[in-house]
Write a protein that binds this ligand. Structure first.
Ligand code: KG4
Ligand code: ZN
Length: 374
């Protein structure tokens, strides 16, 4: 079976073909994975401009899909279903993919499968690694989301923690902008951190836990956190961003406009910038890892997964694997090409829905906000 995936929720127009293999240990294989990134267009504005994004999707979608089919060696007649991101995301951008997918499905007489963007990020782990030990605690960490899910059985995604304010990727993007490092912030801060001192500046570790982080009752075995522990699986990154603002203001950097450009870094030397980046990155990664692995321990999870754009981060990947080894829990992170937004993960999430017999119809529409079990 060949599924065409389409992803247009944000600033990437992506199409991919994923096929079933018949091997239960590695049931899906990526046959093509094409991405037209708009990053160079939005960089000029310091972030994504929704209207420009949707217009660019319209320009790119036909060529990207044609290329995905050609790369896979799959003509339209061999496509069995079309999976598309329904939401969450920018509604104008989502509409382009959804309209294209529904039109193509109607023309072919094949099903169109609406997919939740974060289900795609979760399934990117299964797409790359096959059947991982369950139950798994999965951290989805991207520009729009920082959420913890429990996957007890394939396709069952239960949200157990989320950011209460900024997503981790959003914090990366905002801090990079404050430092005049450009957009998107994750990759530049990741690179700049390599030359910095991770204790070079003083930044607080976000926490809103009780002083005594008591372990759960010994008999706790459910796949949900008891109310007394729920807040320990949540995240918060806006305070950290504010701490960076205060730090820069103390050093005399003009951050009020939030539009500092590289030449505006003012009193900050390259070393100062690298130290801020390295410290910021250490704090973000420590926070993500601590909460994810502690939650996995409380729930007795059999594995940990990490996906979404920020899972491309070199330190997060390295530290997560080290923590998994010390805690005795296997860790699964998708390949870099499947970490940031792509359509192969959407095709995989579509295949999962097909496997579970979740029927599709042509009556769905793009939704800017959407619950994962919808
Ligand atoms: O999953 P994604 O491509 O799009 C969303 O669904 O949001 O994630 C994009 C986010 C951006 O905030 C970007 O700065 C971040 O992922 N990102 C990184 C890295 N590469 C991308 N963050 C930290 N380190 C990286 N190497
Ligand atoms: Zn994403």
């Amino acid at each position: 079976m060949n599924v065409l995936g389409i992803e247009t929720s944000c600033d990437e127009t992506a199409a991919a073909v994923v096929a079933t293999t018949g091997d239960p240990r590695k049931p899906w294989v990526v046959r093509s994975n094409v991405i037209a990134s708009q990053v160079d267009i939005h960089r000029e504005w310091g972030g994504i401009v929704p209207e420009i994004a949707s217009r660019q999707h319209v320009r790119d979608i036909c060529g990207v899909v044609d290329r995905a089919l050609a790369d896979a060696g799959c003509p339209w007649s061999t496509i069995d279903a079309i999976a598309v991101t329904q939401g969450p995301g920018l509604v104008g951008s989502l509409l382009v993919g959804v309209s294209f997918a529904k039109a193509a499905a109607a023309t072919l007489g094949r099903p169109a499968i609406p997919v939740h963007h974060l289900a795609g990020h979760i399934e990117s782990i299964f797409l790359d690694h096959g059947a991982i030990p369950l139950p798994a605690v999965v951290l989805v960490v991207s520009g729009g989301h920082t959420s913890l899910y429990v996957v007890a059985t394939p396709g069952d995604y239960r949200l157990i923690g989320r950011t209460r304010d900024d997503a981790a990727g959003e914090a990366y993007d905002k801090v990079a902008r404050l430092l005049g490092l450009g957009y998107p912030g994750g990759p530049v801060i990741d690179r700049a951190s390599k030359d910095g001192n991770e204790f070079g500046v003083d930044l607080p570790r976000p926490r809103f836990t009780h002083p005594d982080r008591n372990p759960p009752p010994a008999d706790f075995s459910g796949m949900a956190l008891p109310p007394s522990l729920q807040h320990l699986a949540d995240f918060s990154f806006s305070g950290l961003k504010t701490a960076v603002v205060r730090l820069l203001q103390r050093r005399g950097v003009p951050v009020a406009t939030g539009l500092a450009m590289p030449s505006d870094a003012g009193p900050l030397s390259r070393t100062d910038v690298a130290d801020v980046c390295a410290t910021f990155q250490r704090v973000v990664v420590e926070t993500l890892i601590e909460r994810t692995f502690e939650t996995a321990r409380w729930l007795g999870a059999a594995s940990v997964g990490i996906s979404g754009g920020v899972s491309a981060n070199s330190r997060l990947r390295r530290d997560a694997i080290a923590r998994g080894q010390s805690q005795g829990i296997p860790v699964f992170v998708p390949a870099l090409s499947l970490s940031t937004d792509n359509a192969a993960m959407i095709a995989a999430a579509g295949l999962r829905k097909l496997e579970l017999g979740r029927a599709a119809s042509l009556s769905f529409n793009a939704q800017a906000t959407l619950a994962i079990d919808a």
